[in-house]
Ligand binder design. Structure first.
Ligand SMILES: Nc1ncnc2c1ncn2[C@@H]1O[C@H](COP(=O)(O)OP(=O)(O)OP(=O)(O)O)[C@@H](O)[C@H]1O
Ligand SMILES: [Mg+2]
Length: 403
């Protein structure tokens, strides 16, 4: 099978690792790719927002499967154009990608599907905004309706800051604060059937102790030894399956990766958000743990053939730590040259982009072991002007030792 992977970040590097390990994948192409991906796939230059160029490349390479990584081309409708040109495509249509592209749309679908989420109000003017802020109270949760490259959400106790952010958005979703640990749980869907992956936990804030601004993710780990044992089944039953059924009933089936960001509150599982694609740090811990061959799996999803498929996982734990440029996310500064790449067994290095430079995933018998490898790797990279969090998976690894 010839595969074209679209994208060039840390997520695509992890997906490329999984795809090239599948014996069914005979040719792996990636566009635009990055320096790390170039070592395991043939890379091709590409402007990610150019749908016609993506279709033309798939035609030129005569691929059997296209996997679209990032949200931008999905929201731009590239999957529709690829399917119209006859390509088996892993990635939702423009209409289905609205689950990520519009927070208000996602709320409407959740409402119709009976999926539990934070109570919310969608506002387009100051009167509505002030009413919603006062109704839900502090901490205020204010979300730009549209794609905002990770900068659309403000969670704050400061009403003025909440109001300022809300007024800067054309359309804004204001919602109740959900109190509980957050997890990410991904489902792979063919439009009718959705298969839940194992959960991961992502660290979104820039600095240790969950301080600083929200980022695209500073690290992640999987599995979650502390999570309820039925979390996968429960999320499949209460969240993923009803969403897929509702999207199909609307005539806009979701084919691709449905990312559920969840809060495990005292009142049960609540959806924080959906994304229409893999998340970078989570993918870097899930793909190394997934035994099921990735190319064949995504092909089955793209060709509506997932029924009866079961995922197989390694018993290993995985921890990934992101190395970012100082100033990330608001203002990443130029960094020096990487003097030395770490050579530690059972680690993977994934190249990223946009302020995140790379991440190192450690694989081990348990989280403590995996964490140790990831941090030994990252501490060997002496890179001027970079930083990383030192507490990724720390609490989970302490709790694990207590068991
Ligand atoms: N209702 C809520 N209660 C508490 N925290 C929230 C709530 N909604 C969002 N957050 C926090 O803000 C973060 C970002 O929110 P959300 O995931 O909706 O935004 P996003 O910009 O689409 O994120 P991503 O880049 O992961 O797609 C969440 O991971 C969570 O930590
Ligand atoms: Mg999102």
């Amino acid at each position: 099978m010839r595969v074209l992977l679209v994208g060039g970040g840390g997520r695509e590097h992890a997906l490329a690792l999984g795809l090239q390990a599948d014996p069914e994948v005979t040719e792996l192409h990636c566009a635009p790719g990055n320096a790390g991906i170039a070592e395991i796939a043939t890379i091709h230059p590409l402007v990610i927002s150019d749908n016609a160029a993506i279709v033309a490349l798939a035609q030129e390479l005569n691929v059997d499967l296209v996997v679209v990584g990032p949200e931008l081309p999905l929201v731009n409708g590239v999957a529709d154009e690829l399917r119209a040109a006859g390509f088996a495509t892993f990635g939702p249509s423009k209409a289905a990608a609205q689950l990520e592209g519009s927070k208000n749309f996602a709320k409407e679908v959740m409402h119709d599907a009976g999926v539990a989420t934070a109570r919310s109000a969608t506002c387009t003017n100051r009167v509505q905004i002030e009413k919603a802020l006062d109704e839900f109270g502090a901490p205020y949760v204010v979300k730009d309706d549209g794609l905002a490259g990770g900068k659309g959400v403000v969670v704050t106790d400061d009403r003025d800051a909440a109001l300022t952010h809300a007024l800067a958005c054309q359309k804004v979703v204001i919602e109740e604060f959900l109190d509980g640990p957050e997890i990410s749980l991904f489902g792979i869907s063919d439009g009718k059937t959705i298969i839940a992956m194992e959960p991961a936990q992502d660290f979104k804030r820039a600095f240790d102790g969950d301080e600083g601004p929200n980022t695209g993710g500073m690290g992640a780990y999987s599995p979650l030894p502390w999570a309820p044992s039925d979390i996968i089944e429960q999320t499949h039953h209460d969240v993923l399956a009803p969403m897929i059924a509702e999207m199909a009933a609307r005539g806009t089936p979701f084919v691709g990766l449905l990312y559920a960001g969840l809060s495990l509150t005292d009142h049960g599982v609540r959806v924080i958000e959906f994304n229409a694609r893999f998340g970078d740090p989570e993918t870097q811990v899930l793909i190394p743990r997934l035994k099921t061959p990735l190319g064949s799996l995504l092909y089955k999803a793209a060709t509506r053939n997932l029924e009866g498929v079961k995922l197989e996982w390694r018993k290993d734990s995985a921890v990934t730590v992101v190395l970012a440029a100082r100033g990330y996310p608001s203002d990443p500064q130029p960094v020096g040259e990487i003097a030395k790449m770490p050579a530690i067994a059972d680690t993977h290095v994934f190249f990223a982009g946009g302020g995140r430079i790379l991440s190192i995933t450690g694989i081990g018998d348990d989280l403590t072991d995996a964490r140790d490898r990831a941090y030994r790797g990252i501490s060997q990279i002496a890179l001027d002007g970079s930083f990383y969090r030192t507490d990724i998976a720390l609490n989970a690894s302490i709790a694990e030792k207590g068991n």
